[in-house]
Design a protein around this ligand. Structure first.
Ligand code: NAD
Length: 482
């Protein structure tokens, strides 16, 4: 039985109150590790270590920070297979996905922000002959990073890397549901001789350990990715203390398919954008709107392709769809399928739990589910399900589908399929979303701003946006003439 430990001030330690919770492998439905449920005292210790490390780390040269982050990226790359397997076991995702997406992206996150540390610059405003203003962008101090379970190491490092690159010291908490790769990262930090106290990883549940991060008076900024309800609570706690906040929250993304699209490419990509990672990517398109002339063709082809997806042991190479992350999550997704039926939806494929033979007989597997016949504004189409479930709906014209797309409280991402360039621009401009993909999905360039509008969050990650978030601007005004 693996016992995960906290990583505070460069040392691994048990939670100070000795409390642990179970870490379940969702593909077999059994406990395989224990994870600390750390008390606020452990956050105090982590903050204190981070505060002590801050003077040296924040004044180190950009090149020094670059070198340290590169060492972490190399350490992750060297351990890619081990980390991918750990992610697969902890989360239930196919090993092939962890190998090709999750862990390579964690490598890229550190590489990208190592380089960004060397490139980041600030502005100056000159009044010729009289004065100059220049802007300092200074690290905040100790910052908190809290991440979810769906892309564990990928999203954990997406926060930590820019926070460190900007010169902050970090207290970070991964999801208690998928803590393993963050723990392995802490071991890699030790092995790589990463400076003590600069990165502290404390494990535990949200209301106990996460809340202690949010409430800590010496943590000046919180970068959070997770559910909208949690984000709402964090915002209400952080606001009276004037903490900087970056919130990446839920989504209910539209995938809008016009009849003039490149049909084959759209179809292939829509299978992925619907069910990659068991539909547990905040960017998955869960509402698929198809223009009337191709609706029936699309429905038949799509359902045929979805039926052919292999639901299986995440460790097997032929598996397309692994386990969903936990039993409660599986039950939540099934309850939405029941709701869809009550709301008049027809299940075209899926709609049920899958029981596999052998090793995974007690795992949490769901058949990818496609539902039609629902109104665009029923609960199934308004609330985030975050599982292998999509609804498909026909539409008549551009105006109508923009209205449907924008009905929800969320506004994270959207996808548009069309070969009409003018329409692509028109629709992209009017969609209420932080990200619009045209004729593609999840094509990421780490320099771009990433985040959502409305209930999908506030602030942007990515590129220099994240470095701006993790720094405070100070304007210095110098008069040197009349
Ligand atoms: P969650 O909100 O339950 O938990 C996220 C993290 O917050 C976990 O580490 C959890 O322990 C912690 N947490 C929970 N309560 C807390 C509290 N009171 N104080 C501090 N921390 C607390 O979300 P989840 O179920 O882990 O993740 C799924 C959600 O994340 C979905 O809604 C999904 O859309 C969203 N998500 C959004 C993005 C994005 O970029 N916008 C990316 C991935 C996932």
């Amino acid at each position: 039985m693996i016992r995960i430990s906290n990583y505070i001030d460069g040392r691994h330690a048990e939670p100070s109150d000795g409390a642990y919770i179970d870490d379940i492998d969702p593909s077999i439905g059994e406990k395989y590790a224990e994870v600390p449920d750390s008390p606020p005292e452990d956050i105090d210790a982590a903050v204190s270590a981070a505060r002590d490390a801050f003077p040296d780390w924040s004044t180190a040269s950009p090149e020094f920070r670059h070198d340290q982050l590169i060492r972490l990226s190399i350490a992750i790359e060297d351990n890619l297979d081990r980390l991918a397997r750990a992610e697969c076991v902890d989360n239930g995702k196919p090993l092939s996905l962890a190998c090709s997406v999750d862990i390579p992206r964690a490598v890229s996150n550190f590489k990208f922000y190592a380089t960004a540390a060397m490139q980041f610059a600030s502005e100056s405003h000159s009044n010729s002959g009289s004065s100059i203003n220049y802007t300092l962008r200074q690290p905040i101090g100790v910052v908190g990073c809290i991440s979810p379970w769906n892309l564990p190491l990928y999203l954990f490092t997406w926060k930590i890397a820019p926070a460190l690159a900007a010169g902050n010291c970090v207290v970070a908490k991964p999801s208690e549901i998928t803590p393993m790769t963050a723990f392995l990262l802490s071991e890699l930090c030790s092995e790589a001789g990463f400076p003590e106290g600069v990165l502290n990883i404390v494990h535990g549940t949200g209301p106990k350990t996460g809340a202690a991060i949010v409430k800590h008076p010496d943590i000046g900024a919180i970068s959070f990715t997770g559910g909208t309800k949690t984000g709402e609570w964090i915002a209400s706690e952080a606001a009276p203390n004037f903490k900087k906040l970056s919130l990446e929250l839920g989504g209910k993304n539209p995938n809008i398919i016009f009849a003039d699209c490149d049909y084959e490419e759209m179809l292939e990509t829509t299978v992925r954008s619907s069910f990659a990672n068991q539909g547990q990517i905040c960017l998955c398109g869960s509402r698929v709107f198809v223009e009337q002339p191709i609706y029936e063709r699309f429905r038949d082809d799509f359902v045929r392709k979805i039926k052919a997806l292999v639901v299986g042991d995440p460790l097997e190479s032929g598996t397309n769809v692994g386990a969903v992350v936990s039993k409660p999550h599986m039950e939540k997704v099934l309850s939405y399928i029941d709701l869809a039926k009550e709301e008049g939806g027809s299940i075209l494929t899926g709609g049920e739990r899958v029981t596999l033979d052998g090793r995974c007989e007690n795992g949490y597997f769901l058949r990818p589910t496609v539902i039609e016949g629902l109104a665009h504004d029923c609960r199934t189409n308004l609330e985030e399900i975050f599982g292998p479930v999509v609804t498909i709906m026909p539409f008549e014209d551009e105006e109508e589908v923009i209205g449907y797309a924008n009905t929800v409280r969320y506004g994270l991402s959207s996808t548009v399929w069309t070969s009409d360039l003018s329409r692509a621009h028109r629709v992209a401009e009017r969609l209420e979303a932080g990200i619009v993909w045209v004729n593609c999905w999840l094509l990421r360039d780490l320099r771009t701003p990433f985040g959502g509008v409305k209930d999908s969050g506030m602030g942007r990650e990515g590129g220099f946006e994240a470095l701006r978030f993790f720094t405070e601007e100070k304007n210095v005004c110098i008069k040197y003439g009349d």
